[in-house]
Write a protein that binds this ligand. Sequence first.
Ligand SMILES: [Zn+2]
Length: 238
Amino acid sequence: MADPLNIVWHRPLPDGAEPSTVTVSQDSADRWFVSLLVEEAIAPLPDTGTAVGIDAGLTHLVTLSSGERVANPRHERADRRRLAKAQKDLSRKVKGSANRDKARARVARIHARIADRRRDHLHKLSTRLVRENQTLAIEDLTVRNMFGNHCLARAISDASWSQLRSMLEYKSGWYGRELLLVDRWFPSSKLCSAPGCSHMNDAMPLNVRSWACPRCGTVHDRDVNAAKNILAAGLADR
Ligand SMILES: [Zn+2]
């Protein structure tokens, strides 16, 4: 193009970096992206000596073995409602009409906004988790998608979990952290995490948010208990 392009930089290039590859892409919301591949020396972070178990959820993005819950990005619920409405509008438009094109662009813009907010949120979360912990244990949930995404919330949650996992993997590699993968069939929700108990419940329906162990009496928050078990299983397997 003859005129300078209106470019928004995501972050400055590292000092002295020479891009080796430049990739230009366009997303479904008609936005253009230019990615620059550069080599950068990243120093490992000092050992913190701490370990964390991370449980992926639907109502919360993740729950940590420390008891902390990390919420989904703000506005996501509202955006999801808007998306559902825009998709419904689109389905009612006549094929090939200008109104249909407009409706499709609207769906794409809302999709892009949800994805942007998610990615930003996941980057901040993964960077913090990797900075704060030497060892991170997560469930190996890559195959969960195979069971079908019947609801939008589940689909988005699955997509963001695989994105978070990939960020944790490469950031752990950059900063010299240990990432432990726990088999997805490990019954992290059904097992009592109290030291020395390991009582196994027969079932743990999704609507049970907290429960008391019939063996040791410990009262558990469902997700915190799962995260503690994920951490213990990861540490035991390595
Ligand atoms: Zn128990």
